[in-house]
Write a protein that binds this ligand. Structure first.
Ligand code: KG4
Ligand code: ZN
Length: 338
């Protein structure tokens, strides 16, 4: 079964074709990062307008590159929640138009569930249960995927997302938006031990907090106005974020008794994070799935992969499919193995 995936929840316009839910044939991503950089963040109205211009061209480009015609596409999957509402609506409207024109089933996909499916694309033999850390500009969530594939939240950030903290601190260091990847490059030349930064462990909870770290960086820069090395601040900041993410993810995986950990979301493209997670998981005797960076940042392959599991069951949301800006996943009430 070939599924067309469409993703427009934030500032990437993406279309992908995936075969049998696990094999990405082609993924086209038109990033708007350059456009938003001058504003230091995503401008929702600008994002929506760019999606309108780009969504059908990226679908066409994906089909041309994969040499696949509409007759060979069996179903369509589109991100319909959560995200910037104007941006989501553009993708959903385009997906509905194609479903109607081609007479194909259409399913809406939760963006975070999509990020989890990047792990199945990276490791097609992955079988739940496992714990997945989704860490991006808008989310920091520890998700338990049970043996039926059902997803519930073990912990999430109580304030800033990790990527949001990195992006805001990167801005304080005069790095361009989005700052995560720039910070990673700068950190390579820095000493993480030279700048003392706090870690919010929130003992006894799988939740996270990153706003205190952001404030500590701002205070450090102010107090040491001309005496700090930017690369040391970048390395210390990255180290503080990675320490908390890794330790809490491995602790959660051990407490629910799973044998695999996955990571996803834009911040998971960070090599210091993926290496530290893989090392800590190995020490704990747990497998770690670390998708390559293009599968971590927003992409439509993960949406097609997630949609496939619904389409194969004969599900069809039809032309009544709606978009929603907010759609929190439910908290885990009890977890097998605990
Ligand atoms: O998943 P994503 O592409 O979009 C959202 O759904 O938010 O994640 C974007 C986030 C941004 O905060 C960006 O700075 C961060 O991912 N990011 C990184 C790296 N690449 C992207 N953070 C750290 N290291 C990276 N290499
Ligand atoms: Zn995302």
């Amino acid at each position: 079964m070939v599924v067309l995936g469409i993703e427009t929840s934030c500032d990437e316009t993406s279309a992908a074709l995936v075969a049998d839910g696990r094999s990405a044939l082609v993924d086209i991503v038109a990033s708007q990062a350059d456009l938003h950089a001058r504003w230091g963040g995503v401008v929702p109205e600008v994002a929506s307008r760019m999606h309108v211009e780009r969504v059908l061209p990226v679908v066409q480009e994906a089909m041309e590159k994969a040499k696949i015609t509409s007759a060979e596409i069996d179903g369509i999957a589109v991100t319909n929640r959560p995200g910037l509402i104007g941006a989501l609506v553009v993708g959903v409207a385009a997906a509905k138009a194609l479903a109607l024109a081609w007479n194909r089933p259409l399913v809406g996909v939760h963006h975070l569930i999509g990020h989890i499916y990047a792990c199945y694309l990276a490791e097609p033999r992955l079988v739940p249960p496992f714990v997945c850390l989704i860490v991006s500009g808008g989310h920091t969530e520890l998700i338990y995927v049970d043996r039926t594939g059902e997803c519930t939240v073990l912990g999430r950030t109580r304030d800033d997302a990790a990527g949001e903290c990195l992006d805001k601190c990167a801005r304080m260091l005069d790095l361009p938006y989005p700052g995560g990847a720039h910070l990673e490059r700068l950190a390579e030349q820095g000493d993480p031990q030279r700048v003392p930064l706090p870690r919010a462990w929130l003992e006894g909870s799988a939740d996270f907090s990153f706003s205190g770290l952001k404030t500590a960086v701002a205070r450090y820069l102010k107090q040491n106005a001309h005496e700090f090395r930017r690369e040391d601040v970048a390395a210390a900041l990255q180290g503080a974020v990675v320490d908390v993410l890794v330790e809490k993810t491995v602790a959660a995986a051990r407490s629910v008794g799973v044998e695999a950990i996955g990571i996803g979301g834009g911040v998971a493209a960070n090599r210091t994070l993926s290496r530290a997670m893989a090392d800590a998981a190995r020490t704990a005797g747990i497998r770690c799935i670390t998708p390559l960076p293009p599968l971590c940042t927003d992409n439509a392959s993960m949406i097609a992969a997630a949609g496939y599991d619904r389409l194969i069951r004969g599900e069809d949301d039809g032309l009544g499919l709606d978009a929603a800006a907010s759609a929190p996943l439910p908290r885990a009430s009890s977890v097998e193995g605990t």
